[in-house]
Ligand binder design. Structure first.
Ligand code: DX5
Ligand code: ZN
Length: 217
């Protein structure tokens, strides 16, 4: 399957967000939204008014990554704001994880489960079959512009092997410090969707940056 690129608008120019979304419509596969509550992570980003405004002009799927406590409180609002792929952290959901994944699916969205780099990747395995995609963080959630953690490649490969052994079609998304130099290794390890914030939006030519990530494999 062709590698998909999901630019994170956390690094977009919010004073020119419409322009940046139109650029993503032309060149990206998915729009990634990093929703932070200042509690699960030490930072606050944006919420539903921004997602709704983007939904008015987005022509590609909207993927929201919830970095919030009690993520289940917000699933319905995400669905109503135009989100079609929705992920939350295993660390935030605990015993509610299976129910959360089912709730997201029942709202008609694809359900994603995320882990930070300090959570063993095997902790995702009980949810295979219940999730449509898994998001492996390759930096600690909370901020854009951090350095890619190379051990993430082994985590992606371990998850890919388990999915293949079980014949499961869930996709693997990777988020944090992704750029054209690590994209090929990520694709080879089994990643299907690459999130990229600063490497896209700080590039002189963001459309070319997206293409070089996608064509890295
Ligand atoms: C981190 C976010 C990422 C981040 C990616 O909390 O989940 O999506 O914005 O940004 P870069 O690509 O700059 O690491
Ligand atoms: Zn993210």
């Amino acid at each position: 399957m062709q590698l998909q690129v999901a630019p994170s608008i956390l690094s977009a120019d919010f004073a020119n967000l419409g322009r940046d979304i139109r650029m993503l419509n032309r060149s990206a596969d998915i729009i990634h939204f990093d929703v932070m509550d200042g509690s699960f992570v030490p930072n606050i980003s944006f919420g539903f008014p921004v997602m709704k405004a983007v939904a008015e002009i987005a022509k590609i799927p909207m993927d929201a990554h919830l970095m919030v406590v009690n993520p289940h409180k917000w699933f319905e609002s995400c669905a109503k704001s135009g989100v079609s792929m929705l992920s939350f952290h295993l660390e935030a959901a605990g015993r509610k994880t299976s129910g959360n994944l089912a709730a997201i699916r029942s709202l008609g969205m694809k359900a994603g489960l995320v882990i930070n780099p300090d959570i063993p990747v095997q902790r995702l395995f009980p949810y295979i079959g219940k999730a449509d995609y898994f998001l492996i963080m390759s930096v600690f959630a909370g901020f854009g512009g951090q350095k890619f953690i190379y051990e993430s490649l082994d985590r992606v490969a371990a998850l890919k092997a388990e999915l293949e052994a079980r014949g499961d079609a869930a996709l693997i998304e990777v988020d944090g410090g992704v750029n054209a130099s690590n994209a090929a290794a990520l694709a080879a390890a089994g990643a299907d969707i690459l999130v990229a914030g600063s490497s896209v939006f700080s590039a002189k030519d963001p459309e070319a940056a997206i293409a070089s990530i996608r064509n890295a494999q």
